[in-house]
Design a protein around this ligand. Structure first.
Ligand SMILES: *Cc1c(COP(=O)(O)O)cnc(C)c1O
Ligand code: SF4
Length: 343
């Protein structure tokens, strides 16, 4: 008996205990009281967490939980997933669709804002629910793709020679099964003017087991140029398993980039961002964008004002080589590209 208990405790805490990514998804923590108990956090956080959870579900996969320091309510990884009292406050100017995406969806699942690239909303699901997400209010149900919708999206791509890059987005595109992704890729590959496949995903970070043999098979086998843009906000999100996942993606021919969001209490200093850039480079990933915070309702407590963000990036620029400094940008509806916030 005692031996069995010891073995199961060990298995639960070992990130590489043979868990498949599907199991990691299915066993993600989805109740505020479980999150607090697992991390030994004060029950005084429960009411706020429950209120926030009702607005946008808690979801924390265990491989990510393992990187959070128990007992520390200010842990920068915890802050990204734990709803606080403040989520129920919505100061003036914080809205549900700051990027006005509802106006930019000419058809199911395909968003086209920029000339040469089209963004395909492969799914509305994510492996983790980030409290600051600008899509936390997005009406995903309306964008679920039917077989008809899929054909329409492909027709648009076929009939738009100016599009040379398709971006898999969501939700998190890697939250769907490899069979579906492989089907998308082969349909897209058959369109001669599409050169590049880009995947925007946080899954290889929060569940590194996602980068398994099946994923490598369809990704590595494609004629398309491949770019994977990860989403990492803090150096401590990168552990050995994430490094391994990054390496495997590179082996499949992918160029690895990272986008972050500047967030109060997570990465709002030049020192923290410099550590992040160094850790990214160490894992073979280059910093790409640092997104200025979008005023999404429920996430005002993460806000870093633009002038402060500019000053932080100016300091970062003085510390690091240019290739380790992400571009500070904001998405402004109606513009032909992301807009740099220069300093
Ligand atoms: C951000 C974004 C892109 C990609 O922009 P890049 O500057 O090429 O990274 C494409 N389409 C949409 C709708 C986007 O929001
Ligand atoms: S993984 Fe990305 S899309 Fe999903 S909740 Fe987090 S920020 Fe939002």
């Amino acid at each position: 008996m005692i031996q069995r208990t010891a073995a199961s405790v060990e298995a639960r805490h070992a990130p590489d205990s043979g868990l498949t990514w599907q199991q990691a998804l299915a066993t993600a923590i989805n109740r505020p009281e479980t999150l607090l108990a697992e991390l030994g956090l004060s029950p005084s956080l429960l009411t706020g967490a429950q209120d926030g959870h009702r607005l946008f579900n808690i979801r924390v996969p265990r491989p990510y939980l393992d990187r959070i320091t128990p007992g520390d309510p200010n842990d920068p990884l915890l802050r990204q997933v734990l709803p606080l009292d403040q989520e129920s406050e919505t100061p003036a100017g914080y809205i549900t669709d700051p990027l006005q995406e509802a106006n930019h969806t000419p058809q199911q699942g395909l968003i086209r804002k920029y000339r040469s690239r089209a963004l395909l909303m492969v799914t509305g699901t994510c492996a983790i629910n980030c409290r600051y997400c600008f899509r936390r209010h997005f009406p995903y149900g309306e964008h679920r793709m039917s077989p008809d919708g899929r054909e329409q999206a492909l027709d648009t791509l076929r009939n738009s020679p100016e599009i040379n890059e398709v971006i898999f987005s969501g939700g998190d595109p890697l939250a769907v099964n490899d069979q579906l992704l492989a089907q998308w890729v082969s349909a897209i590959e058959a369109i001669p003017h599409i050169r590049r496949l880009r995947i925007h995903s946080r899954l290889p970070v929060v569940i590194p087991q996602r980068v398994d043999d099946q994923l490598i098979t369809w990704l590595g086998g494609s004629r398309l140029q491949k770019v994977v843009v990860l989403h990492i906000n803090h150096a401590r999100e990168i552990d050995d398993a994430v490094k391994q996942a990054a390496q495997r993606l590179q082996t499949a021919g992918a160029t690895l980039l990272n986008q972050s969001v500047i967030l109060r209490g997570v990465n709002d200093s030049a020192g923290t961002l410099a550590e992040l850039s160094e850790a990214l480079f160490d894992a073979g990933i280059l910093p790409y964008y640092l997104h200025a915070f979008d005023p999404v309702a429920g996430a005002a407590h993460f806000d870093v004002p633009d002038d402060e963000a500019r000053a932080i990036v100016a300091e970062l620029t003085a510390q690091l080589p240019g290739f380790l400094v992400p571009k500070l940008v904001r998405e402004i509806p109606g513009k032909p590209s992301k807009t740099p916030l220069n300093f």
